[in-house]
Design a protein around this ligand. Sequence first.
Ligand code: 4NP
Length: 163
Amino acid sequence: MTPAVSILFVCLGNICRSPTAHGVFQQKVLTAGLARHIHIDSAGTAAYHLGKAPDSRTQWAAKQQGYDLSQLRARQVQAQDFLDFDYVLAMDKQNLRELVDLHRTVGERARCAPQLYLSVLDDALVEVPDPYYGGAEGFAEVLTLCEQASDAWLNIIREHKGL
Ligand code: 4NP
């Protein structure tokens, strides 16, 4: 059966923030019994880490809360993603700018326009802070934000798509 909805999480390198968003959302979708209905993926705007597993600090922070990200592999976002996904969600404003440029190349064939991932939270925070050059607390913060945003996105998708 073809999933009813598809969602793509995008950051810069696809080894810290978007794999966290991917793994957390995947777990919540599984728990909700919706795995057959929702296709989930993640990608980076940059090609620095193609084919790599998530950063070890990202995997560790996720594991503390029971999420296994070890099977994920980095890929770069491409124009085709706007033909394939119903939601394309950017972790920060720079990622969003890159996605807006890519979206423009697809024109009216696009299934969706890119949005900021944290736009669904009432929080003052609109970007998921890049943890790559910081300490462990940054990775824990990414995890917490992804848990909050995943709940919000799952509610929105269920409502929009009648799941
Ligand atoms: P991400 O974090 O975009 O959340 O995956 C980063 C990963 C790698 C780099 C920067 C941010 N880097 O410069 O290699």
